[in-house]
Write a protein that binds this ligand. Structure first.
Ligand code: BGC
Ligand code: CA
Length: 353
């Protein structure tokens, strides 16, 4: 990879233009003292900024990061300190947290943006300090990622998750159209629970799930769509309204994530129905897998948060050591983890994890 030529010390040793004189003197002093330009080689400090810890998928990722850091410490014999900050859905709060990580001398930043359009400001701060920056889960636009070669994105392809979700529904429709097409009109009537507006996963899952169904030759009719901001309670409220409005006319509930699909299930459980619509989510969170096992959630699409956390740590360690990371980098900046469909058929594989 491109950064490999860096010396044994870490990029944070690379001073911003205005501080080069002082930094060069300091680096020289440290070189003399440690023999490795900074003496940081026994302790890696990572600052991880989460958009909010109050998100099922993100808080599971935070736990994965903590567990995997401990594993990496015992594998490498290096000390790794992980600082986690909760942005509480405020970009201003997250900016302060990033500033604090940089002031504390963090060696790598992991940033789960509150607002994707704030990427450039954070990228410039990190570049000014020469600290590599790994964005995850909330994808900045390509121009922001390409601002500097120390910027990375670890995530999964939103479009793929939409396609896989749509194919789950398409296959269910093809296999048992009589049951699914409740009103027998040959058209699939659906509602769509959308994630946060502006999030790549909301936009692309909404678009590509339906495209997969229509590309499969099935005519669809959208009864309603609304954002529930990834949130279970909001999704329950929206679904309750739709059940009042459309009754048993809803044949499929598409949800951009599992938490909202579980909210739809909560609403259905509170509303007498002769039969439930087919419900699909994305993530494969633990409670969603239970709902698949219980037959309430037809299927979901596994969003590999643990794989993403592992890739981030591998990347951080490699950058710190000035080595090639064990992860595959696309276009020098991106690490993509694949999505996978989950239904009752292969549920066992995911429950074991
Ligand atoms: C997940 C959602 C989560 C969101 C947060 C998405 O990739 O599917 O469950 O709320 O990321 O940014
Ligand atoms: Ca129908």
């Amino acid at each position: 990879m491109r950064r490999k030529t860096r010396s044994c010390c870490f990029p944070s040793c690379r001073p911003p233009a205005g501080r080069r004189g002082l930094a060069a003197l300091l680096a020289l002093a440290l070189l003399v003292l440690s023999g490795c330009g900074g003496g940081k080689e026994d302790s890696l400090r990572i600052g991880a900024a989460l958009y909010t810890q109050d998100d099922t998928f993100i808080s599971a990722m935070a736990q994965d990061l903590e567990g995997l850091v401990r594993e990496a410490e015992s594998e490498t014999g290096k000390k790794i300190t992980l600082f986690i900050a909760d942005g509480k859905s405020s970009q201003n709060t997250q900016m302060d947290q990033v500033d604090r990580f940089l002031a504390r001398g963090c060696d790598v930043l992991f940033v789960n943006l509150v607002d994707r359009t704030a990427a450039a400001v954070i990228a410039d701060k990190a570049e000014a300090e020469g600290v590599p920056l790994v964005f995850f889960n909330r994808q900045p636009v390509a121009e922001d990622i390409q601002r500097w070669d120390g910027i990375y994105y670890v995530g999964a392809d939103a479009r793929e998750s939409g396609e896989l979700q749509g194919k789950l529904v398409l296959e269910a429709w093809q296999a048992d159209r009589e049951t699914l097409d409740r009103n027998g009109d040959g058209i699939l009537q659906y509602v769509m629970l959308e994630g946060e507006p502006g999030h790549q996963d909301s936009l692309l899952r909404t678009e590509y799930s339906i495209k997969a169904v229509t590309d499969g030759g099935v005519e669809v009719e959208k009864l309603a769509n609304e954002t529930a901001n990834w949130n279970r309670a909001q999704a329950a409220a929206r679904t309750a309204q739709w059940l009042e409005e459309f009754g048993e006319g809803i044949e499929v509930i598409f949800s951009n994530n599992d938490d909202m699909a579980l909210g739809a299930i909560d609403a259905l459980a509170d509303t007498p129905q002769s039969r439930w619509p087919l419900i699909v989510g994305v993530d494969a969170t633990a409670p969603a897998l239970e709902a698949v096992a219980a037959g309430q959630l037809y299927g979901t699409v596994h969003n590999d948060g643990r794989g993403q956390a592992q890739a981030m740590i591998d990347l951080a360690l490699a950058l710190w050591n000035g080595e090639d990371p064990a992860v595959e980098l696309t276009d020098g900046h991106y690490v993509w983890l694949p999505y996978r469909q989950v239904t009752l058929e292969n549920l066992g594989e995911f429950l074991e994890r």
